[in-house]
Design a protein around this ligand. Structure first.
Ligand code: UDP
Length: 461
């Protein structure tokens, strides 16, 4: 009985983690489960009221030691340590308190980077499942990296084959943490990804991993690791933008930044497929020089653009620039991507943005910065064929000409652009198919729920 299922869902306090986690919560709530969503106090405070209005969802914030929020001025390694220490204690206390009240959690689901929640679950002997919020391909690449079945030394950008994966990668396509150019401040990352596998192995054999992807998108990668049972349950996207089953589900409900500027009238005033939507990540920030090159590239394109950035003040020619486009500090990305005037997405290729571009049928120009983004950009360009990746000049900066060149190819009337738009439309249909009744993600999610309820959580340690 799903009603007896009480899931504790623990998410990393970043936008790219909170969004799919909340969407997962909504899906399982609709199936009758009880769900408690836990993340840092600072994130919950910043989240829109929408989260507290999700019917049935209980919020359980914990202090991660950074109650006024983490900023790039803080040391990321200190933050990760504090999050782990405070989070482990808080989740342990929450589990014990619920048990005392006879409301015990029957399953813990934890997001990428929240390894410690899996560890707490193992210690308290509560079954747990990782909710992986990157492509299955990236999980597979990490798996191979730590198991050393593949030679990852392709420093000179030679092509590397991955068993079972119909895609060749060069070192520049690897997750940034594997690349020798990865800054030392991110040295914490690879041990965390390694720990994910260790915790799964300690939890028992053939652990399930829920992935925000779908069968048609990553058929081979989902099946590439025999040791685990990967289940594509995505796209984890509000229903109104996907299957339309719940037309009132028009936002994730977990925005950490609030929309303050209205852009809909502006979008409505533009021709079909004429607008470039630019959003380069909720976390990373670009150098002044890089911002200027992107801005010049947009001007060169002569197309209207909607750019999400909170760093527009670094641009030296902002007045002239604003004649052609609109700059906003935040938007509802899905609302924008599904608007008929949007013809291209200039994206940092964070995984949610990638999957949202596919769901909306919008081709992309990819400008990956770090983490899984280089691999995601490679997949978009060479596997799903819905866009192209910007090439950096010597010195690592992507120049204005390159931005304008790629925008022209993706949005122009040539055969390449035409093919990308066709591919984007194809993935839009397949994404919807995956979540409809009987679709692969729908079946997988039901199967997962049946299993966690049916077995009444027999725990193998
Ligand atoms: N997003 C949004 N409005 C914005 C910018 C981003 O709603 O103005 C959302 C976007 O739809 C996505 C998430 O924020 O769901 C960003 O996740 P992603 O994995 O793309 O990138 P991250 O910011 O985590 O690097």
């Amino acid at each position: 009985m799903v009603e007896h299922c009480h899931i504790l869902l623990v998410s990393f306090p970043g936008q790219g983690h909170i969004n799919p986690a909340i969407q997962f919560a909504k899906c399982t709530l609709q199936m009758g489960a009880k769900v408690t969503f836990s993340t840092s106090l600072s994130a919950i405070r910043r989240m829109s009221e929408a989260a507290s209005k999700i019917p049935g969802l209980t919020l359980a914030p914990f202090s991660d030691g950074y109650d006024d929020g983490w900023t790039s001025a803080h040391d990321v390694q200190d933050f990760m340590l504090s999050l782990r220490t405070c989070g482990s204690e808080a989740v342990t206390n929450l589990v014990m308190a619920q048990e005392k009240e006879g409301q015990k959690f029957t399953h813990i689901v934890y997001s990428t980077l929240i390894t410690w929640a899996g560890e707490v679950a193992n210690q308290l002997q509560i079954p747990s499942t990782l909710l992986w919020n990157q492509p299955a391909t990236v999980l597979y690449v990490y798996y191979l990296y730590f198991n050393k079945n593949v030679d990852f030394t392709g420093e000179n950008n030679e092509v590397i084959e991955f068993p079972g994966l119909p895609l060749l990668l060069k070192s520049c396509d690897f997750p940034s943490f594997m690349q020798s150019s990865s800054p030392v401040i991110y040295n914490f990352a690879l041990p965390v990804f390694k720990e994910h596998f260790e915790i799964l192995d300690r939890a028992g054999t053939k652990q399930k991993i829920l992935v925000n992807t779908f069968d048609a998108l990553e058929f081979e990668a989902i099946r590439a690791i025999n040791k685990y049972d990967l289940m594509g349950i995505g796209p984890l996207i509000p229903s109104a933008f996907l299957d339309g089953k719940d037309p009132l589900d028009t936002s994730f409900g977990g925005d950490l930044i609030q929309k303050t500027v209205d852009y809909m009238d502006w979008l409505n005033s533009k021709d079909e497929l004429s607008v470039i939507y630019v959003a380069l990540g909720s976390f990373s920030s670009l150098s002044k020089q890089q911002m200027e090159e992107i801005a010049k590239g947009l001007i060169e394109s002569q197309k209207p653009f909607l750019w999400v950035t909170r760093e527009a003040n670094t641009l030296s020619f902002i007045k002239e620039f604003e004649k052609q486009g609109m700059i906003v500090p935040w938007c509802s990305q899905l609302e924008v991507l599904s608007h008929p005037s949007v013809g291209c997405f200039l994206t940092h290729s964070g995984w949610n943005s990638c999957i949202e571009s596919l769901v909306s049928g919008v081709p992309v120009v990819a400008f990956p910065q770090w983490a899984d983004q280089p691999t995601n950009a490679k997949l978009l360009q060479d596997f799903w064929k819905t866009g192209m990746r910007l090439a950096a000049a010597d010195g690592g900066i992507v120049m204005a000409d390159e931005v304008a060149r790629c925008l022209e190819i993706v949005m122009g009337g040539g055969e390449r652009g035409e093919n990308m738009r066709k591919q984007a439309k194809k993935w839009k249909i397949l994404a919807k198919d995956a979540v409809k009744e009987g679709g692969s993600s729908n079946v997988n999610l039901k199967g997962f729920m049946d299993q966690i309820v049916g077995s009444n959580q027999s725990f193998s340690s």
